[in-house]
Design a protein around this ligand. Structure first.
Ligand code: 7TS
Length: 414
């Protein structure tokens, strides 16, 4: 049985206080908290078998290597990748997308080619394409966002054409919460002869993701948003695509043979992991995957649908609050961004922090979408496996108090 109250016991940080109030952590889309099991996996690595991987014949090195490669297998299985050769460890989603931009895109994009992305991308899935497009004389195009906060797929007929080389889209938006129809986008991309890249930073941690069912060519995500440590991320690449890609960074570990003048490349996926990898954090990511598997990703998703629906319903009581994105809890991930008339999100965030409530405020690294919506910033509550409905009540109560306070402050100022 999925029980967030029992789950909370595995997260020591959740029992701390902030400004004398119990912590209400609702900033999970920025980074999740870590269960004891993950912290212990990290400590165990450094305390019991720390040693560089893929190098020594000595016992510690072999133990570390086995655990690092076991973590890769766990990650592959978690996203239903056909093989662990397709899993490249990076630092985070941002680095994973940059790897594709600096290798595949740089080699494949030419003058007049097009990269089709969307109007709701995190800067991580926009700025790398801006750079490579400028360098290669390619053009960026955008699938528009409807007033409901979904992608306007009716534009695909005109946007997709024989010049489209890549469709790069976010799976779950970190502002609108919208879950995009990746399967359909991938099908349309492939029909047009393009590849499909998915930014899974906000989807992989929160729902079952199957790269074979989606039929995407690239999937990028970060461990730190899925109960894992910071500093480790993943890039999945379809094997046929990966085989044709040149290395990103060069040096030790990614080579097979080296002469003074030249070198040949190691097998997959090591060709893309130059230098000593972040094996300790990868192993701890493996522990996070074990933890999520034990909960069951269907249950994780179900819990978030329920808590998000509960919060959307509760937000209806708040007159001055406008929720961004689709109204239907089934169409969105476990996050709610909102704007408040009469209060700047940062002031709201500071007020709520005094109540022990951690929210994200700002543009959430999605400036163009905020601009399109006529906002400079928004506030965002985002949920995960350990959040309970009472925390939503505390948030709504805090918001009411904040709105009262700021409305009166405005009146006082007049
Ligand atoms: N893509 C999406 C959709 C994201 O939400 C984020 C991080 C990233 C990419 C980048 O992930 P990173 O691990 O490489 O930094 N989003 C957020 C956020 O919404 N608040 O803080 C980070």
């Amino acid at each position: 049985m999925f029980d967030p109250r029992a789950i909370r016991k595995d997260f020591p940080i959740l029992s701390r206080t902030v400004h004398g109030k119990p912590l209400v952590y609702l900033d999970n889309a920025a980074t999740s908290q870590k269960p004891r099991q993950v912290v212990q996996a990290l400590a165990e690595c450094y305390e019991s078998y720390n040693s560089n991987v893929h190098r020594g014949v000595h016992t510690l090195s072999m133990e570390a290597t086995d655990r690092y490669e076991a973590a890769r297998k766990k990650v592959a299985e978690f996203i239903h990748a056909p093989s662990d050769r397709q899993i490249i460890f990076t630092r985070n989603t941002t680095e994973s997308i940059n790897l594709v931009a600096h290798t595949w895109a740089r080699e494949r994009l030419g003058q007049g080619d097009e990269v089709l992305t969307t109007e709701m991308e995190h800067h991580s899935n926009l700025v790398p394409w801006q750079q490579v497009a400028a360098e290669r004389g390619a053009r960026l195009r955008f699938i528009p966002v409807t007033p409901e906060g979904t992608l306007d797929l009716s534009t695909l007929d005109s946007l997709l054409n024989e010049r489209t080389r890549l469709v790069a889209a976010v799976h779950t938006s970190n502002v609108l919460g919208t879950i995009n129809p990746i399967q359909e986008l991938a099908r349309r991309a492939h029909e047009a002869g393009a590849l499909m890249l998915v930014d899974g930073a906000q989807s992989v941690p929160h729902m079952p993701v199957d790269v074979q069912a989606l039929d995407c060519d690239f999937l990028a995500f970060s461990a730190h948003k899925m109960l894992g440590p910071t500093g480790i991320g993943v890039l999945y690449v379809k094997e046929s695509v990966l085989e044709g890609m040149e290395p990103f960074l060069r040096g030790g570990e990614m080579v097979r043979e080296v002469w003074y003048e030249r070198a040949t490349w190691n097998e997959l996926p090591f060709r893309f992991e130059a230098g000593t990898p972040n094996f300790a954090d990868a192993i701890a990511l493996g522990a996070a995957v074990d933890y999520l598997n034990a909960l069951g990703m269907d249950s994780v998703r179900q819990h978030e649908v329920e808590i998000t629906r509960y919060a959307l319903e509760a937000f209806r009581e708040l007159e001055d609050v406008e929720v961004l994105g689709p109204r239907d809890g089934n169409l969105r991930g476990g996050l709610i961004a909102f704007s408040v008339s009469g209060a700047h999100p940062h002031d709201l965030g500071t007020f709520l922090d005094r109540e022990g409530i951690a929210l994200r405020t700002g543009h959430h690294c999605v400036m163009p979408l905020h601009r399109k919506l006529g906002l400079t910033a928004s506030a965002r509550a985002s949920f995960y496996v350990y959040n309970v409905s009472e925390e939503v009540d505390t948030l709504v109560h805090g918001l009411k108090r904040a709105l009262d306070y700021f409305t009166h402050a405005v009146r006082r100022a007049r």
